[in-house]
Design a binder for this molecule. Structure first.
Ligand code: C5P
Length: 234
């Protein structure tokens, strides 16, 4: 497979056209950003840890019948994916109160949310990813009611699989974000599932094992990403 023209360069990933119809290459770069890009750095190896964990979870979920965009890894940082029509939604599943939920609402950090909460934000940095509701999604024509129902169902299914898998590693899945895309009439999980898009707490020590280490200067980001990816992928 040949990598061709750069189609899109996001904050931490680049997307390239390929010589294979219907397939793209996503490169996981070593950039890391937080707070709408207000904080940014380049951390060697960060891209390959996120690529490895994302590939692992996509393959894991496919085993349970969840459709993802993952095709294969080309090398440590480059993933071949199905070319989807991406839906500009950030679908967040929350099992425990943390992050923006605690900042914006009177939840105490660490409160278990039973059942889990699905929150959907509009993927638009210039507007700071505002929270949507079903009516706004419909009025903006972002997804049909049937698609939205399917997206929420898949998000909760992914949550069950990830919660169970991570619990066996003594890791609490606090929350995570998914993005979805259309391939024909099918909805696929796209983007990434990594330490950048999940909030993970060590069950024993309570320590953060994700991008919160970077956001809030909690320690050595790369050492954490390395340890977590080893724990997940081996
Ligand atoms: O910041 P907030 O608490 O809303 O984030 C919830 C979850 O979604 C976290 O795991 C965070 O890493 C993820 N997220 C993301 N990309 C965003 C916003 C949130 O991956 N743009």
């Amino acid at each position: 497979m040949k990598q061709q023209k750069l189609l899109q360069s996001g904050k931490v990933k680049s997307v390239y056209r390929t010589d294979t119809p219907g397939q793209l290459i996503i490169e996981f770069r070593d950039d890391i950003t937080a707070f709408d890009g207000g904080k940014k750095d380049v951390l060697a190896d960060k891209g390959r840890f996120n690529a490895e964990v994302s590939a692992f979870f996509f393959e894991y979920l496919e085993k349970y019948g969840v459709k993802t965009h993952f095709v294969k890894m080309l090398d440590e940082k480059r993933m071949v994916v199905r070319d989807l029509q991406m839906i500009p939604l950030e679908v967040i599943v929350r099992n425990f109160a943390a992050g923006s939920l605690v900042r914006n609402y009177p939840f105490k950090e660490g409160t278990k949310l039973n059942p889990p909460i699905v929150v959907i934000d509009y993927k638009d940095d210039s507007r700071h990813d505002p929270m949507l509701n079903d009516e706004i999604i419909g009025a903006l024509g972002l997804a049909t009611p049937a698609e939205l129902k399917k997206i929420k169902k898949i998000a909760l299914e992914v949550n069950s699989h990830l919660v169970r898998f991570l619990a066996e590693l003594d890791i609490t899945l606090v929350d995570f974000k998914l993005e979805f895309g259309r391939g024909g009439k099918t909805i696929y999980v796209g983007d990434e599932i990594s330490m950048d898009s999940m909030r993970l707490w060590d069950k024993t020590t309570g320590e953060s094992l994700d991008k919160d280490v970077y956001r809030f200067d909690k320690g050595d980001v790369i050492a954490t990403y390395n340890r977590v990816s080893r724990r997940i992928c081996t």
